[in-house]
Design a protein around this ligand. Structure first.
Ligand code: ZN
Length: 310
C-alpha cells in the first residue's frame, strides 16, 4: 500500500490547478474528513493544512454536529493532534491561532500527570539500552529466556498492542531502570495542565480524551475500559471546567478497537475517533475514520491521501 502510494504521489499534485482538477475528476469533494497529526514541526503542519485550502477547517465539534444532522460537510475538515506532547501542542496551537483554524488536542491524562507514554519509553530504550542479553522481568518468570536487545525491542513493540496497562508499565519500567537519570529525561515532555488551561481559554481550541494510560482498548477488561474512558474524561473536565465529548482510541487501528470498546465509548462520549483512514461518509460516529499526516509527507502525498480516502 505504501509503495503504491509513493508511486502515485509522483503525479503532479503539488500543483494547485492539477489538485483542484483531480478533485473534480475523482468527485472526491463529497464528505468531510478529520486530519490526524502526532508530532511534527509547526512549519510542516501549516504547509499541510494550507495545501488543502480552499477546503475549510472547522471545529471537530461542529463537523460532528453537522454530520449527525445530515447537513453538508463537503469541503470541511477538522484538525486533531494526539498525545499532548508539550512542544507539539504549543507550537502548532500558535499556527492555528495565527490562521484562525479550530483545533482539537486529544490528551492521555497519566502522561500529563507524570508517566511517559509506552511508545516514548520504547523509543528511549531503543536509543540507550546497551547491546547485551536481558532477562525478562519477574512478571514473566515462566518465560526464563534471555533476550538480545534486538529481540527484546521487538517483544516490547508487540506487547503494547496486546497487553493491559499494568503489564505494559511493569515490563517497560523494569527495563527503564537500566538507564541513568539523564537518559530517562530524554523523553518528550507533556504539556502542563496550566498551559492546557491557558490554551483552552481560546475558543478555537478544544481538549478531548485519549484515555488515562494510552493502552490498546482491546487489551483491557470491561471494567478497566470503563475506568479509562470515564476517568480521563473526568480529569480533563475537572481541570478545564467544560465538557469532554470525544474519545480517541489509543493506537487507533482496527486490531486495537474491539466491539466492547465501541459500545463503552458510545455510553460515555458523543463521538470517538480511530486512526483508520477515511472520510465521514456513512460512518459510525463511535468509529470515526481520520486521515493521518506525518512530517515526512510531501504536499503531493498529503493531497493524494485526501483524494483517495473514501
Ligand atoms: Zn496516541
Amino acid at each position: 500500500m505504501m509503495k503504491s502510494l509513493k508511486i502515485l504521489s509522483s503525479i503532479p499534485l503539488a500543483n494547485n490547478n492539477f489538485y483542484i482538477l483531480s478533485k473534480k475528476l475523482l468527485n472526491k469533494s463529497n464528505g468531510g474528513y478529520i486530519l490526524s497529526f502526532h508530532d511534527l514541526p509547526s512549519s510542516k503542519f501549516e504547509e499541510h493544512v494550507k495545501a488543502l485550502l480552499p477546503a475549510k477547517p472547522i471545529s471537530l465539534d461542529e463537523l460532528i454536529i453537522r454530520y449527525k444532522a445530515n447537513k453538508s460537510i463537503d469541503n470541511c475538515f477538522a484538525i486533531t493532534f494526539d498525545d499532548g506532547v508539550k512542544n507539539t501542542v504549543k507550537e502548532n496551537f500558535k499556527i492555528c491561532k495565527k490562521n484562525s483554524w479550530p483545533v482539537t488536542f486529544y490528551l492521555p491524562t497519566d502522561y500529563l500527570n507524570g508517566d511517559n507514554l509506552p511508545f516514548q519509553k520504547i523509543e528511549i530504550l531503543e536509543k540507550y539500552l546497551k547491546e547485551t542479553e536481558y532477562d525478562l522481568p519477574e512478571i514473566l518468570r515462566n518465560d526464563k529466556k534471555l533476550l538480545k536487545k534486538n529481540n527484546l525491542m521487538s517483544y516490547l513493540k508487540k506487547i503494547i498492542y496486546i497487553k493491559d496497562d499494568l503489564f505494559v508499565k511493569k515490563v517497560l519500567d523494569h527495563f527503564l531502570d537500566f538507564l541513568d537519570l539523564m537518559q530517562k529525561k530524554d523523553m518528550p515532555e507533556p504539556i502542563s495542565w496550566s498551559d492546557v488551561r491557558e490554551i483552552n481559554k481560546d475558543q478555537i481550541s478544544s481538549f478531548q480524551s485519549h484515555g488515562v494510560t494510552h493502552t490498546a482498548c482491546s487489551a483491557l477488561s470491561e471494567s478497566k475500559l470503563k475506568y479509562e474512558l470515564k476517568k480521563s474524561k473526568q480529569i480533563i473536565e475537572d481541570h478545564l471546567g467544560n465538557r469532554v465529548t470525544s474519545f480517541c482510541y489509543p493506537y487507533g487501528s482496527a486490531e486495537t478497537i474491539n466491539k466492547m470498546s465501541i459500545k463503552i465509548a458510545s455510553e460515555i462520549y458523543e463521538s470517538a475517533s480511530t486512526l483508520i483512514r477515511g472520510r465521514l461518509k456513512n460512518k459510525n460516529i463511535y468509529y470515526l475514520p481520520r486521515i493521518d499526516l506525518y512530517k515526512e509527507n510531501p504536499i503531493s502525498l498529503v493531497r493524494l491521501k485526501i483524494l483517495i480516502s473514501k
